[in-house]
Design a protein around this ligand. Structure first.
Ligand code: UT7
Length: 331
């Protein structure tokens, strides 16, 4: 185990999904698809979609309040908020600012970062580095997305996948020899910016009548290429994570991959010889909720009494960029 992570613990965890359920049958009334196709090709049965007046920050606030409560802290104990999202409330200011205000916290620093669906691992790396090298004691890491706001509801190749949700953890620097963050490994390759992106609305192609007409303000994806790279990069990252910590799959109690497609998860399990009973899956109920998917899964299985305090969890993710990352953690 790495000595430099000894003192960072996961003090609390919380998650939130909106109330509205959108089933595969509901989707088959909007685009040319079927429950059977979606279930077989993706493993998704239904997903949650935020209300019109619910923004990403609203989802994040709910998750954050639950994580702070789980940590048995108050809002005033939080020293820093970092928030990973690809669907911010506005282009500026940071969504973390809206969350800070709604939580009733004043003056502490807050910022967003953009690592798409690998937000959890990127956030862990940022938080642990800041906790180990600064005066901060309790960091609130939130990952949340309202992907439904960026989904093209006329594109059957993407609208069946994406969903809304948020997850949060409170990370604290503590004396002790049971690190909550055992190790984190993150990577990226900017060669693949074209396979998953929102082409317009930024400085390269500001929003115009033309970009809206061409539906360029929605998520565009080369599904097959993303699939291929997801299996390759998550497999490599998780393998390296185990190797450099001298751990075998038999030492890990739970494997939580980004919840993107059941076939991607099965391919990772095959590649790393992970028994199916160690794979933690919530994709069928919640779809692809971007960076929050791993926190949602951990929180869900913790509440069911399946993930227990102290057990080793291997998490692995990938997302637009292309970004990827893995982490070994324990609650
Ligand atoms: O957080 C990261 C986000 N992205 C991902 O994880 C995406 C990774 N990729 C995938 O999950 C899969 O590539 C998809 C689920 C997006 C697509 O599955 P696929 O098995 O790769 O399908 P495909 O794109 O190769 O398309 C196969 C067929 C096509 O028809 P033809 O050309 O063979 O006649 C598609 O037009 O399936 C058709 N198709 C659909 N049919 C019914 C595509 N989407 C649908 C649909 N319903 N929703």
């Amino acid at each position: 185990m790495k000595q430099d992570t000894e003192c960072i613990i996961i003090r609390g965890i919380g998650s939130y999904v909106p109330e509205r359920v959108l089933t595969n049958d509901d989707l088959s009334k909007i685009v040319d698809t079927s429950d059977e196709w979606i279930r077989t090709r993706t493993g998704i049965g239904e997903r949650r979609i935020a209300a019109d007046d619910e923004a990403t920050s609203d989802l994040c606030v709910q998750a954050a309040q639950r994580a702070i409560e789980d940590a048995k802290l108050s809002q005033d104990d939080i020293d820093l908020i970092i928030l990973g999202t690809l669907s911010p409330d506005m282009l500026t200011p940071a969504t973390a600012m809206f969350v800070q205000h709604k939580l009733g916290i004043k003056n502490i620093p807050c910022f967003d970062f953009s690592a798409a669906c690998t937000g959890f691992q990127y956030g862990l790396e940022i938080a642990r580095t800041m906790l180990l090298n600064s005066k901060y004691k309790n960091i609130l890491l939130i990952c949340g997305d309202k992907l439904s706001a960026m989904t093209d509801w006329e594109d059957r190749a993407t609208c069946i996948l994406f969903a809304d949700g948020a997850g949060a953890v409170v990370l604290s620097r503590e004396p002790g020899d049971q690190p909550g963050i055992v190790d984190v490994l993150i990577g990226s390759n900017g060669k693949y910016t074209d396979i998953l992106n929102v082409p317009a609305g930024g400085s390269r192609e500001p929003t115009s009548e033309q970009t809206v007409h061409e539906r360029k303000h929605y998520l565009k994806m080369d599904g097959r290429e993303v699939f291929r790279l997801a299996v390759q990069k998550m497999g490599e990252s998780a393998g390296e994570m185990l190797r450099r910590n001298n751990l075998k799959i038999s030492d890990i109690s739970h494997v939580v991959t980004h919840q993107a497609n059941i076939r991607i998860m099965d391919a990772i399990a095959d590649r790393l010889h992970i028994p199916q009973e160690k794979m933690r899956i919530i994709l069928d109920k919640f779809g692809n909720t971007s960076a929050s998917s791993i926190i949602l899964a951990i929180d869900h299985y913790k509440k069911c009494g399946i993930i227990l305090r102290g057990e080793l969890i291997l998490t692995v993710g990938f997302g637009a960029g292309l970004t990827w990352g893995s982490a070994i953690i324990r609650l």
